[in-house]
Design a protein around this ligand. Structure first.
Ligand SMILES: NC(=O)c1ccc[n+]([C@@H]2O[C@H](COP(=O)([O-])OP(=O)(O)OC[C@H]3O[C@@H](n4cnc5c(N)ncnc54)[C@H](O)[C@@H]3O)[C@@H](O)[C@H]2O)c1
Length: 702
């Protein structure tokens, strides 16, 4: 039973007990109603106190039940709340730690509420693309006032109970306890004090109005609408709260329910729920149990103080972990430190970082030119030039000096981590940690698992990723790992689109309208077009049969590497990042088409987006089948956190599932018939073809 029942004198205590956060799963809900019935039937009991065991009053819906019929089975949360309202004896909620979502709605159904200091409350449903579905939008405005309640519901953010208890006229908390320890005693005292008071107060009977009425809701819609592009739920929160001010309580409740159910099936809500589950899944490695022992990481060394080394270092300093940076020359160290200082100073300037914190962080940083100085580091991350010969030298040195058990990581973006591991006599301690640029900002961390990487090394770096606030996704060893291997196909398609008739601007606009933070050409200009050029030159040798558009090479031959050279696919004014369409580039593309004898055609935005996104999807299907990624949702996390894929679409795999894999493959077959495209690439990956034949989706793999 996930709700315990006890009688202490004349008070019954119902304690939710469903670790870790007393989620309101089926057993808990049933437990509450049964305990309540017992209390009502017991003549000795005068009042009831409802609370939660452990570290929460209640975190809300039980995520283990998400999507299962149990989530909606009777008694559902609405019925539980109704049973509390109908109790003939007063029910006092003793709220501590957190009351989130359904947990707060449950407390709002009680007759009285006592809050513990330090407790936080929230209605976070909007973060999953929903609105509260068990009366939250109808009851919260009645106890907090319309504006405070709407702010909480639209933001979904937790708010300290003490802050809310100070709002004038608030009725959320009848009392704030003096301390967390005295909460139960004070709840008991209130229960005894109110034992005989009738009628029992119900939140549903409180008035609900905003003095400015329609004008306020119009203002709220403008504000919320502007901030919630692509997501329907926030505006629906406004509708539901407005209904609380206009409809009878039960009608408002029915209206809230209707919105809740309609939102549940929108692609945006499905995308957000998918991401919620994907984030949790990504931290688990199928054959590395959660209780795998971890190594301690108390100090870090970073080899190379360039673009990546500096950013990587900042992550650890921010987390309070000391870092020693190693370089070949003092000047390189000085440059690296100056860049770190500049980054922190910019944060201090913007008021995002306090001066003393900045100094504290810099105090954790030291430098050296000698490997002997880093031998005691628990983790060393190499971020030197992307050349196997250089990596070999560094890893041989690391193998020589590092203490036994130290984790040796490489930030390589393209090189074979197994080969790098083979330079040492301890390949089990070697792992890829592929950070993204700027490494102190980007959330994504691809953890590259070598053939011999030990399980405790993986468990350790996954935990470390959480400490430095990264989203870690495990990738097997292959060229480009998950993210860059897919982006290569996307970039190839972008190139073909130019040859067939698009301008860079048209492609970027279509992709940005779809929701990407940046189209492929603006992205190229930001990252540096020379990086892709270097990779293509390698490909021309390694894979001579592979088809590429030469437009990007022509651009690079003009020295147009992007923002860093003041010109790329676009023109840039000195010191500015605004992309200005370039006539020179348009002429260059046209001339190239003429040279190839191609008559340009008009290409729709739909085709542009499909070709770019399905190129990601088809390559991802190969990656999944080869076991480079463990699950489709890991690939989505890579794209959402590292490549600006639109959140409301849930990632490329979730998007393909939403479109329907059958439809995706139909489009691929059409693209394969285009003589200017790459027919071979558009052959659906075997996994994709199999899923279509079985009528399945990526979500059902693994
Ligand atoms: N720049 C990116 O966007 C990016 C993203 C992910 C991964 N990476 C990878 O990170 C690594 C570093 O890239 P970067 O962009 O920071 O390069 P960078 O040229 O900015 O920095 C490399 C630094 O390494 C130093 N170095 C070179 N050889 C060394 C040695 N033997 N010992 C000590 N220091 C040495 C250099 O002096 C230089 O400061 C590469 O493997 C690259 O593929 C880069």
């Amino acid at each position: 039973m996930s709700a315990e029942y006890k009688v202490q004198g004349d008070i019954a205590v119902i304690t939710l007990n469903n670790p870790p956060v007393n989620g309101l799963g089926y057993d808990t809900r049933k437990g509450i109603t049964e305990a309540l019935a017992q209390a009502n039937a017991d003549a000795k009991v005068k009042a009831v106190v409802l609370t939660g065991a452990g570290k929460a009053f209640s975190g809300g819906a039980d995520i283990k039940e998400f999507g299962s019929p149990k989530a909606l089975a009777e008694p559902n949360l609405l019925s539980v709340i109704l049973a509390i309202e109908k109790s003939t004896k007063p029910v006092v909620a003793a709220v501590h730690s957190v009351a989130m979502g359904g947990g707060l709605e449950l407390a709002l159904g009680c007759h009285y509420r006592v809050g513990a200091p330090g407790c936080k409350v929230a209605l976070p449903e909007v973060k999953l693309g929903l609105i509260p579905g068990a009366g939250g939008t109808q009851r919260l405005p009645r106890v907090l006032g319309v504006e405070a309640a709407l702010n909480m519901i639209v933001s979904g953010e937790p708010v300290p109970a003490e802050m809310l208890a100070q709002l004038p006229g608030q009725k959320l908390f009848d009392k704030m306890a003096a301390s967390a320890e005295s909460l139960m005693d004070e709840a008991f005292a209130l229960a005894r004090e109110k034992a005989e008071v009738r009628p029992l107060p119900l939140v549903r009977e409180l008035p609900c109005k905003h003095p400015k009425g329609d004008a306020y809701f119009q203002f709220a819609r403008n504000m919320v609408g502007g901030q919630s592009r692509n997501f329907p739920a926030p505006l629906k929160c406004v509708d539901a709260v407005e209904a609380a001010t206009k409809k009878k309580f039960d009608d408002g409740l029915a209206y809230e329910r209707e919105i809740f159910i309609n939102l549940m099936w929108t692609p945006e809500c499905r995308a957000l729920r998918h991401i919620f589950a994907a984030e949790r899944a990504a931290s688990k490695i199928p054959d590395v149990p959660e209780d795998t022992p971890k190594r301690e990481i108390k100090s870090v060394a970073v080899i190379g103080a360039g673009t990546m080394g500096g950013g990587i270092t900042m992550n650890f300093l921010n987390a309070g972990i000391p870092v020693k940076m190693l370089e070949m020359k003092q000047e390189a160290l000085d440059r690296g430190i100056a860049t770190i200082r500049k980054n922190y100073e910019a944060q201090v300037g913007k008021g995002k970082l306090k001066q003393d914190k900045y100094e504290q962080r810099m105090g954790l940083l030291s430098t050296t030119l000698s490997y002997d100085d880093i031998r005691d580091a628990d983790l060393v991350i190499e971020a030197v030039f992307e050349e196997m010969g250089v990596k070999e030298k560094v890893f041989k040195e690391l193998d020589r000096v590092m203490k036994p058990g130290a984790i040796l990581a490489s930030n390589t973006s393209t090189l074979d981590v197994n080969k790098i591991a083979s330079f040492t006599k301890r390949p089990q301690d070697v792992v890829g940690l592929h950070f993204f640029s700027p490494a102190n900002v980007m959330k994504l961390l691809e953890v590259v698992r070598g053939e011999k990487t030990a399980k405790d090394v993986l468990a350790t770096v996954m935990a470390m990723a959480k400490t430095i606030k990264k989203t870690a996704v495990v990738s097997g060893v292959c060229d480009g790992f998950i993210g860059n291997r897919m982006i290569e196909q996307y970039s190839r398609q972008a190139g073909f689109l130019l040859e067939e008739g698009c301008t860079p601007e048209q492609v970027d606009k279509a992709v940005e309208k779809f929701g990407f933070a940046m189209g492929p050409f603006r992205m190229g200009d930001l990252a540096g077009n020379d990086i892709g050029w270097a990779i293509r030159k390698r490909r021309y040798v390694e894979k001579p049969g592979m088809k590429y558009s030469k437009t990007a090479d022509l651009l690079c031959e003009l020295g147009r590497y992007g923002q860093k050279t003041g010109a790329g696919w676009y023109d840039y004014k000195p010191g500015k990042r605004d992309a200005i369409p370039s006539q020179l580039v348009v002429d260059m593309i046209e001339k190239h088409r003429k040279d190839l004898g191609i008559t340009p055609r008009k290409i729709s935005d739909e085709e542009i987006v499909q070709r770019l996104v399905y190129a990601l999807v088809n390559e991802a299907a190969h990656i999944l089948e080869e076991g480079i990624a463990s699950r489709a949702s890991d690939i989505d996390m890579v794209y959402l956190t590292g490549y600006g894929f639109p959140i409301h679409r849930g990632g490329p795999m979730q998007y393909a599932d939403t479109v329907g894999l059958f439809n995706v493959v139909q489009s691929m077959q059409r693209f394969a018939r285009n003589p200017l495209d790459d027919a071979q690439f558009w052959q659906p990956a075997p996994l994709l073809a199999r899923l279509v034949a079985e009528g399945k989706s990526f979500n059902q793999v693994g």
